[in-house]
Design a protein around this ligand. Structure first.
Ligand code: SF4
Length: 355
């Protein structure tokens, strides 16, 4: 436990559309987090303005982090949200530091930056505005259509620096969606968001994540979601099979034993060697996604199609009237662009563990 719940900060009880939720206001000492050097993640910095997530996905890897706060990883994780109310001013201050080199910043690596609380606090919006003003490259991962509220801001940011968004859409099966991600917008609404972001010039891909054994991993289900992503114009499509690390594993299997006891034997088999499913099962899912993308001329990996309209490279900017608006931080980051592209186009195994 990092600190007792009594020390969490000012408690605010949600009303109206936030009824049933509690928000704990805290002032973060720092907001741009350095990823440990030992990590294989292809980015060095993250921002997480919220802890806990009302999207309430049953498989969420972030659940155990709530227990560090003295809260439980089940109901508390979904209803008691820690809000770093000074996040925007901290980002502004930290980006101004002479030590800051303009590195790529990833958001959505822990909890969802566009979860319900964002409708009330606008912290992600404020952070995006600061990053855009500084021309600092960034990426966002979300399951929420609330990202469209910031469409104009993201479009402007994409004209100034490298911006990428990914929507996480694990299935098109509405029954599975309702059962496993009760606080999220329906999958087809998320696909509409993918289309609108790309139309507006904000590169947006999809993580088909996670694909759930016995629930959403049939050949037909995986092909259906991959096809829907293609049709929505996703610039990349990356499938991720469910993994269950300690902490999440107990929560997910307990839930499964209550709602689908018939799937327990399958999970015992798939996860008998640890947190990850057998390679053959992961490869089957990847191959299904590739098989959908291949006839359309996607990259052989099945992960990438470049359709973004915004100037996203230094060469593009040569011709762009927006060139002058590219801030020094972005220019510094551009020098490390190869690394950032690796993040955007080919997530590492370590990165995918976060999803
Ligand atoms: S949206 Fe992401 S962070 Fe939120 S509950 Fe679902 S998996 Fe967890």
């Amino acid at each position: 436990m990092l600190f007792p719940v009594s020390a969490l900060g000012e408690r605010h009880v949600g009303t109206g559309e936030y009824r049933g939720m509690e928000f704990f206001h805290v002032n973060a000492r720092t907001i741009v987090n350095k990823v440990p050097a030992s990590s294989k993640m292809p980015f060095d910095y993250t921002i997480n303005a919220y802890r806990g997530c009302s999207h309430a996905c049953t498989y969420c890897f972030a659940r155990p982090t709530h227990s560090y706060l003295g809260l439980d990883s089940g109901v508390d994780f979904e209803h008691k949200i820690v809000v770093k109310v000074n996040a925007v001013e901290k980002v502004r201050a930290e980006l101004r530091s002479p030590r800051w080199q303009g590195d790529h910043i990833a958001m959505g690596t822990n909890t969802d930056p566009y979860q319900k609380a964002e409708g009330k606090y606008h912290l992600t919006q404020g952070i995006v505005r600061v990053l855009a003003e500084a021309g600092n490259p960034f990426s966002l991962l979300t399951k929420s259509t609330l990202v469209l509220r910031d469409l104009a801001l993201l479009t402007e940011a994409a004209c100034r620096t490298r911006v990428s968004v990914a929507l996480s859409i694990g299935t098109m099966d509405r029954e599975v969606w309702r059962l496993t991600e009760p606080g999220t917008p329906p999958p087809e609404k998320r696909l509409e968001a993918v289309a609108r972001l790309n139309e507006a010039g904000v590169r947006c891909g999809v993580l088909i994540a996670p694909v759930l054994p016995g629930l959403s991993d049939s050949d037909e289900q995986v092909r259906a979601v991959a096809k829907a992503c293609l049709e929505a114009g996703a610039v990349s499509v990356t499938p991720v099979a469910l993994h269950l690390r300690p902490g999440v594993r107990e929560h997910y299997l307990k839930w499964l034993s209550e709602v689908r006891p018939d799937l327990m034997a399958l999970h015992a088999e798939r996860f008998k060697k640890g947190s990850y499913q057998p390679r053959a099962d992961q490869q089957r899912i990847s191959e299904l996604v590739r098989s959908v993308g291949r006839p359309t001329g996607w990259h052989p990996s099945g992960w990438r199609r470049v359709t973004a309209k915004a100037p996203t490279t230094a060469e593009d900017r040569e011709d762009s009237s927006l060139k002058a608006s590219v801030a020094p931080a972005a220019q510094a980051a551009e020098r490390r662009r190869g690394r950032v592209e690796a993040l955007q186009l080919r997530p590492s195994t370590e990165q995918l563990r976060l999803l």
